[in-house]
Design a binder for this molecule. Sequence first.
Ligand code: SF4
Length: 385
Amino acid sequence: MSMKRLELYVHIPFCERKCEYCDFLSFSADDGEKRAYVAQLADEIRAQGENYRDYLVSSIFIGGGTPTTLSGIWILEIMNTVRESFIVATDAEITIECNPGTLSKSKIMHIKKAGINRISFGLQSSIEEELKALGRIHTYKGFLQSYQLAREFGFTNINVDLMSGLPYQTIDSYKTTLKRVCELKPEHISAYSLIIEPGTPFFDKYGSGEETALLPDENEDRSMYAITKAVLKEHGYERYEISNYAKPGRECRHNIGYWTGVSYLGLGVGASGYVMNRRFHVEGDYKKYMSIKMQQDITPLYCDIEELDTKANMEEFMFLGLRLIRGVSRHEFNEKFGVDMFEVYDRQIKRNIMLKLMEYNSPYLRLTDKGLDLSNMVMSDFLLD
Ligand code: SF4
């Protein structure tokens, strides 16, 4: 019997301190609280494993929050529980997100022992003033120590997250960060532009008023976007998604799975999942989550379950797939939905090809460079009435 493919996302909601721009589900907690969460999460993993006996887990992503605020032993315990409860492929890509200020020798040893083979560092910037403005707990020096530690312990697949559009950031300071990181030769770099979300201290500070002057203006922002592409290309990084770059063959398998519609199961408070045309969210209220009695009937675990109809599935397929530089596969679309992509989206495809925002190179329909710059506008065209 051939097994279905599944990706796992494991959410750890703890951080040492809340960053000023952050709107993720994360908060600080003491060791007692963390211990209780790990126990509850382990119960959830065991209960869910029973429902996915015919799936092969091809990738695992432990994210947050900051998963490395947990002790190494707890990280090992979580991974052991995953392996006991799910069938994990021997070559699975297993990533842990790591804040450089939270890594020690003992922790990295446990991470290695847990079979985790990819580390994602949330560096964001190499300039102290910018890190401070973000409210990050680490320094660039601290990042370098953590990065070297990961290399010493044999990690050969490392991602570094970077951000542009930060307070105090200039074109030159951004170039410095890019150059410093490229010289370290991580296998993968994610480069996002800061989004100031309502409800964060950042929004109150920089959302309007005089302090907005500390942010790069629109022209500088556009230049940073162009510089990212140019500098990373010069250093041998291929852009394979709107904001993601990798050395050849080092693209993040977990994220590619997500963008190409592979089923994924979210575990832990507030995590989301998408399996068999159903999208669902684990209870996001921490107190409620902790009070759920984990059992094989996972209905109480979810705060919402949405059945996606064919139309919604097609839209999702296009929105996510068009983020990839290679684009969406006409073959995969036709196979998945039993109808030709060019029939369903005839008007949109013709129009965007005519405007040179898209191009078709069989079997892939992709955004051109101009289309990628205007991706939100092009993608909104693919909403079906
Ligand atoms: S480390 Fe990440 S998840 Fe934690 S508060 Fe900062 S931005 Fe949010």
